[in-house]
Design a protein around this ligand. Sequence first.
Ligand SMILES: Cc1cc2nc3c(=O)[nH]c(=O)nc-3n(C[C@H](O)[C@H](O)[C@H](O)COP(=O)(O)OP(=O)(O)OC[C@H]3O[C@@H](n4cnc5c(N)ncnc54)[C@H](O)[C@@H]3O)c2cc1C
Length: 454
Amino acid sequence: MRRRVVIIGGGVAGTAAFAALARAGADASVDVVDPLPAGGSPAFAVEDAALLCNTSADLMSLVPRTPGDFGGILSARGVVSDREAFAPRREFARYLRDVHDFWAGRPGAAYRRFARRAVRVERHDDGYRVVLDDGTSLSATDVLVCSGWGPPRVPDGLDRMPGVVPSPFPERRMLESVPPSGNVLVLGTKLSAIDAALLLARHGHRVTMASPSGDLPAVRTRTVRGAVRIDPAEVGRLDPADPRLTRRILALAARTLGLPLSCADASRGTVERLRAEIGLARRGQVGWQDVLVELVDIANPMLLRRDADARRRVHRACGPLMRYLGAFPLCNAERLLALLDSGQVRVRAGAPSRLDGPSRVQWPDGRTERFDTIVCATGFTSRPMHMRHGALVLSDGPSAAPPELDTDLRLRMDGRSERIWLLGISSGFRMPFVNAVHHAADQADAFVQKFAEA
Ligand SMILES: Cc1cc2nc3c(=O)[nH]c(=O)nc-3n(C[C@H](O)[C@H](O)[C@H](O)COP(=O)(O)OP(=O)(O)OC[C@H]3O[C@@H](n4cnc5c(N)ncnc54)[C@H](O)[C@@H]3O)c2cc1C
């Protein structure tokens, strides 16, 4: 019997799953529900070519075991010099659209796309009903939930305040919100905040970036698979309950490289640490970047089989590694350092103690400052979904029960494993490290294998 698959969210994981089903020749009709068009995934639907991916092109293929599927296309078109380069994000959006259009346009493809939001998934007859925000519903034998993060997180009190931009993206909205030669406060010092600072500075604005730590991400030159080999047994021997877990992970990384890890001294302050990390990256002393990709690849499937407490402990132990996992490209680091040295951009440790809007920002030392615009680069709200009355509800809810997932990322309802899979960011209820394209592509591949077996 032909299966009816509904995919909620046609971003990275949804497109990867749709393409994987089509490539496998699955006997299934596919309905994709997403208010955004194909390629509209919020992280990549940007216009400016200076907004770069922070993973190498070869790691961003949607086709398993074929790294060149994205990098190869780009290098053939001359967009990147080599496949380890960091491609413009808009090129990845175009790739997502092309992959979608190719499979959706096949003669005889049983495919429909609905520009709506799904609000609920409930059991119905032998399968499921996916209820949409216009009150209509789609019936399904199998449901994939690939709905990503919630909306951008905006600090309390700033929501909808004049002069406050909730996210750097889309970048056009941010740039249009700043007067000429503006003075801009960017809340955050991680990847999106750096993107915002670089763009704003290029448009002639002065920028202050601020976060509680004032810490910038580390600097990297590539993120690729297979550059080092780690024995999975060594990873398996790490004990989530070990209070020295962070140190043991670092020791494993150093053993893998056969060298001590070179890291810049944090006590030098943010700017000098960035300068030192740029130096290390230029000299190729950033072996940790290869180790981390492999470590996460090995740890993810192992941790899937561990309980929530073990997963939480490992996540906590990896806290000091987060600035390396979320490192930024050397070319952007060099641009940022030049702007910091010139004074056009500055970084402050310590979030504002009081924010009454851009015109009055109070710092922890009591001084106040006036800005023209505040840009929030403070991340996203959590995955908007919970369980209620035996249904999966796709919104936040008061005292919401989070979904429970099996090791194969299938939803459990009333102790039963459903034919509802959570992939990509949505799978973070069970899989500890999921914030990258290659994790979603791997999950899509694994899903199709299970789908075929069932
Ligand atoms: C600024 C930024 C830059 C990034 N750069 C990189 C990078 O360089 N390399 C990398 O590997 N990763 C990068 N990431 C991470 C990457 O974006 C995610 O890993 C990936 O997008 C996850 O895919 P997803 O399908 O889970 O979510 P998304 O790709 O965000 O897709 C979610 C989709 O679900 C839709 N949706 C949400 N709710 C509903 C609903 N109720 N009904 C229907 N549809 C819904 C949304 O409209 C969206 O299209 C970046 C992230 C950000 C924020």
